[in-house]
Design a protein around this ligand. Sequence first.
Ligand code: ADE
Length: 246
Amino acid sequence: MSATAGWTATVLTLFPEMFPGPLGASLPGKALDDGAWALETVDIRDFARDKHRTVDDSPFGGGAGMVMRADVLDAAIGAAMAANPDATLIYLSPRGRRFDQPRARELAAGSGVILLCGRYEGVDERILDERRIEEVSIGDFVLSGGEPAAMILIDACVRLLPGVVGKEESLTEESFERGLLEYPHYTRPQEWNGRAVPEVLTSGHHEKVRAWRQEQAERVTKERRPDLWDRYVKSRKQDAGPGSAG
Ligand code: ADE
């Protein structure tokens, strides 16, 4: 693989030592070593303006916690954008739009991301307005900071970069890529703890295996994720077009 890293993730954080963390291991770690992507961290504290390196202050109107200052964040974002002007600017926050596989694909197709990680109660709203920052959430729960969310977003994008995941089909078959959750997998031993592998998988009949997997993917999706199942059924009807028997 070439050593020219196109896709770059720049993380703005108060805890640069958290990176690469899990992104330095396994598939994203190997891709990082191979130069398939690049990781930069920007220490927000380096952009503080006082000798105490203050990055936050108490909220106007009162209330618990501290808010990260717009002026400090603006300086940090400016530095990150100068190095990667075409990257998509994102603030990780539970208030954001839910991250999903289509968004991961869009971001992976771009030139990279600049990810702002908040701590404390959050960031001064004016920085989000001023810089038109997209807010992204990784789910309906609250983390103690945006860093783990940034790692998750980066991991989901990096594995979609060309050449990072070996066989093309291992991407197209997996959960969400076809609008369904993935079918169950089995390997040796053929019988374990009294549990046999479904017979069809050892039949050598490729068409039957394909049909069984499709059936299983549909069953699992219907049972576990009725929201995905509804969307899948609707998109299938659309693909079939008007006048089809459905
Ligand atoms: N920061 C804190 N909680 C978060 C979440 N659920 N998603 C993204 N960033 C966050």
